[in-house]
Every structure is written in C-alpha cells, then in structure tokens.
Write a protein that binds this ligand. Structure first.
Ligand SMILES: CC(C)(COP(=O)(O)OP(=O)(O)OC[C@H]1O[C@@H](n2cnc3c(N)ncnc32)[C@H](O)[C@@H]1OP(=O)(O)O)[C@@H](O)C(=O)NCCC(=O)NCCS
Length: 183
C-alpha cells in the first residue's frame, strides 16, 4: 500500500507476510548469488521459508526492532534493504541489503539505504548506524563507502562459510556525520 519512489521505475515498500509467494520467487533468482554474503537463515528454500523470514521481521517490527523493505524494479521484487537491528534504547541500528543479479549496478540499494538512514537519524533520533560485511565483499563495502560510512574495524575470521572463516568488516556512520552529508 505504501510506496516510496526511489526513481521512475524503482520503488521501496514494506516487505510483509502477504508477499511470501513473490518473495519466494525472488529468492529463487537471488539464492546462489547472495548465499556467500548474507546470514544463512536469510537464504530460504521455498515459500514456507520465505514466510518464516517475513514473519520473523514482522514480529520484530511490532516490538520496534528490525524492519524489512523490498525494492521493486519495473514492478518486480528484485531485492531489498533492512534494519537487521534497531534499538532506540542504545540509539543504534544495523542496516543490510541484497539484490538479485539482474538488479545490480543501478544504484537502487544505495538510494534505499539513504531512505532508511534518513528515517533512523532524522525521524527516530538514533545516533549510530552500522554496516557489517564479509571483508572480501567489495560491492557491499562500496555501498557502505557511498553512504559515507567509516570502516571502524575488522573482526578476524569471524564469518564461517564453506569450510573457511572470513574476516568481517564493521562500518558505521554517526548522526552528525549523516546530517552534515545530507545538508
Ligand atoms: C551488495 C549489493 C546489494 C550491492 O549492489 P549494487 O548494485 O552494487 O549497489 P547499488 O544498488 O547501490 O548500485 C551501485 C552500482 O550502480 C551504479 N549506479 C548506476 N546508477 C547509479 C546511481 N544513480 N546512483 C548510484 N549508483 C549508480 C554504481 O556505479 C554502482 O556500480 P559499480 O559498482 O559497477 O560502479 C549486491 O552486490 C548484492 O546483493 N550482493 C550479494 C548480497 C550481499 O552481498 N549483500 C550484502 C551483505 S553485507
């Protein structure tokens, strides 16, 4: 029902339980592309799995926590952005993202993350937003950089995947930095 235009052919909308079939169809196109880079629990196999993800986010949103938003490009769900964590108690949040391969390279994730960060900092008064990614995830780190985030550190061999442990980068931007950037 509610939709934020990112540009003429791209829209950001809450991704909710009633999208389960559409989300599962999208996951069929995205699964192998995102598997190495996102939490294992997010990479679901079927409609029941998709419904589980959407329900988990809905429950956390009801407690003013995590939130999930889809990106529709030319009317097709192609990916999304989320608050993987959101806490007014600590004044901080963590933002995440994913896309199916055909939707990469259009700038829609950077634009969608800007909308989330505006809401977190300006509307909700949070102080800090984090971005976590595998250290070899160059496209993800590039988004963090485009958002004006600072690379604060590396958790060494934190991320197990396929029998190897990868380093994880922690990026963040603070509210005054974001406001200065958006002026
Ligand atoms: C991470 C991921 C979402 C980044 O996707 P992306 O398309 O590179 O990011 P954006 O949507 O912000 O698009 C930026 C690209 O669009 C280009 N672009 C085109 N028009 C643009 C515009 N108007 N504004 C900004 N960028 C634009 C940019 O040049 C950039 O392309 P380049 O890297 O080839 O130079 C994607 O690679 C992905 O889903 N990876 C697998 C899952 C994953 O890693 N998730 C993150 C876990 S931490």
């Amino acid at each position: 029902m509610f939709s934020l235009p990112l540009r003429d052919n791209a829209h950001l909308r809450p991704l909710e339980l009633w999208h389960a079939d559409e989300f599962a169809a999208h996951m069929d196109r995205a699964r192998e592309h995102i598997r190495p880079w996102v939490g294992a629990g997010f990479v679901t196999a079927d409609v029941d799995g998709a419904r589980g993800t959407l329900r988990r986010y809905a429950e956390r949103q009801a407690a003013d926590g995590a939130r999930l938003y889809g990106i529709w490009l030319d009317g097709t769900l192609v990916g999304g952005v989320m608050f993987t964590d959101f806490s007014t108690a600590s004044g901080s949040c963590e933002v995440g993202c994913w896309l199916e391969p055909a939707a990469e390279g259009h700038g829609v994730v950077t634009e969608a993350c800007q909308a989330l960060l505006d809401w977190a900092f300006v509307t909700r008064g949070l102080h800090r937003a984090e971005w976590h990614c595998r250290a070899d995830n160059e496209r993800s780190a590039a988004v963090a950089e485009r958002l004006g985030m600072t690379l604060e550190g590396v958790r060494r061999e934190y991320w197990p995947y396929g029998g190897t442990r990868y380093d994880k980068q922690l990026w963040a931007v603070l509210a005054p930095e974001w406001r200065a950037r958006r002026r």
